[in-house]
Design a protein around this ligand. Structure first.
Ligand code: NAD
Ligand code: UDP
Ligand code: UDP
Length: 331
């Protein structure tokens, strides 16, 4: 592992020079925190598929072992039950930091993983969020926008936790010459998403499959931009492997109101699904859409899967998980 670290991290850090991809060791040892979760498990699939050795650290707070069952027994795969709030000693070349306990422990977990990256000279990628823009006064959101977050609101624990995580990441970059990357992820959906965690796409899909009304909060005119998980995973890997720190918006610019989303879910699953309006939560951002010009130009990345193409892929997975393997189409 040492030669990999030298080629991938320490030398580049110490000289400040940029080592071309071709000269880096091709297979690395990579830590994915939160790798048993929705995004993390898809990322692990891709990294293992590329021949890397992957260590997943997860406390199974929202993640599930089943998301990684396909890798059990693979000598290049290791799963450790651990809370990143506790210090951790490992030797790795890269760290994808996805574990995200509810803030403020989010901050402590990020600090520990930065400390680990510093000790071993690993490159560190933070999965931040579009929530750092809060209820944005700029539309679409560009990375240079500083955001509009209510520091004492009901959502601020998550938002401010990620903003602090970004700050820490940049401080380690500046003070310890750590190689870092920051992704600001916009709403992402796909197979293995938590069925009952209350996010809008998982709610609507599960509701339509269960023949329950789709719950639209507020007037349903607020917008979000929905990205399919495989596009995100490609973006995360391009960001990690590229030469730019970021932050980079990683999201699909296709913008939908919640009523439009409900309509796409109806078209995909059940045209007769009813809609039920519910009170919205406080401080709900009115609109959100990424400007991805920077990622396009510097990472050569852009999403390719539209909502209408990605949603059915998620629906088959939800169908199987809700009704079991042999439940037909669940109607
Ligand atoms: P997820 O909940 O499925 O995955 C998070 C994983 O981290 C889970 O497996 C969980 O068990 C694990 N975890 C939580 N606290 C931990 C701790 N203290 N120690 C170790 N493991 C811990 O969520 P996801 O959607 O896959 O999100 C992954 C990352 O991407 C998160 O950092 C999240 O903030 C970020 N993100 C996701 C979205 C999205 O739309 N899915 C949008 C913006 C940002
Ligand atoms: N840390 C860790 N694993 C390591 C190195 C550090 O979990 O391999 C933790 C460490 O316990 C500390 C945090 O990361 O809480 C920050 O470490 P750093 O060395 O940057 O700060 P210091 O310990 O000097 O305050
Ligand atoms: N939402 C909704 N019905 C639901 C769940 C969420 O209308 O059952 C709305 C919510 O008010 C918000 C949007 O969908 O405006 C996205 O919510 P989500 O929690 O998925 O993501 P975030 O708000 O973090 O972007």
């Amino acid at each position: 592992a040492l030669d990999g670290r030298l080629a991938g991290g320490l030398v580049a850090g110490a000289t400040g020079g940029k080592i071309p991809l071709g000269l880096r060791r091709k297979t690395m040892r990579i830590l994915v925190t939160g790798g048993a979760g929705f995004v993390g498990s898809h990322l692990v699939d891709q990294l293992i598929g590329s021949g890397h050795s992957v260590i997943v650290v997860d406390n199974f707070f929202t993640g599930r072992k089943e998301n990684l069952a396909q890798h059990f027994g693979n000598p290049r795969f290791e799963l450790i039950r651990h809370d990143v709030v506790e210090p951790l000693l490992l030797e790795v070349d890269q760290i994808y930091h996805l574990a995200c306990p509810a803030s403020p422990t989010n901050v402590v977990g990020t600090l520990n993983m930065l400390g680990l990256a510093k000790r071993v000279g690993a490159r560190f990628l933070l999965t931040s969020t579009s929530e750092v823009y809060g209820d944005p006064l700029q539309h679409p959101q560009v990375e240079t926008y500083w955001g509009n977050v209510n520091p004492i609101g009901v959502r601020s624990c998550y938002d401010e936790g990620k903003r602090t995580a970004e700050t820490l990441t940049m401080d380690y970059h500046r003070a310890a010459a750590l190689e870092v990357r920051i992704a600001r992820i916009f709403n992402t959906y796909g197979p293995r998403m938590c069925i009952d965690d209350g996010r809008v796409v998982s709610n609507f899909v599960a509701q339509a499959l269960r023949k329950e009304p789709l719950t639209v909060y507020g007037d349903g005119k607020q917008t979000r931009s929905f990205q399919y998980v495989s596009d995100l995973v490609q973006g995360l890997i391009k960001l990690m492997e590229g030469e730019h720190v970021g932050p980079f918006n990683l999201g699909n610019p296709g913008e939908f109101t919640m009523l439009e989303l409900a309509q796409v879910v109806q078209e995909t699953i059940d045209p007769n699904a009813k809609i039920e309006f519910r009170r919205n939560t406080e401080d709900d951002p009115h609109k959100r859409k990424p400007d991805i010009a920077k990622a396009k130009e510097l990472l050569g990345w852009e999403p390719t899967v539209t909502l209408r193409r990605g949603l059915p892929l998620m629906v088959s997975d939800f169908r199987r998980r809700i009704f079991g393997d042999h439940a037909g189409d669940g109607t």
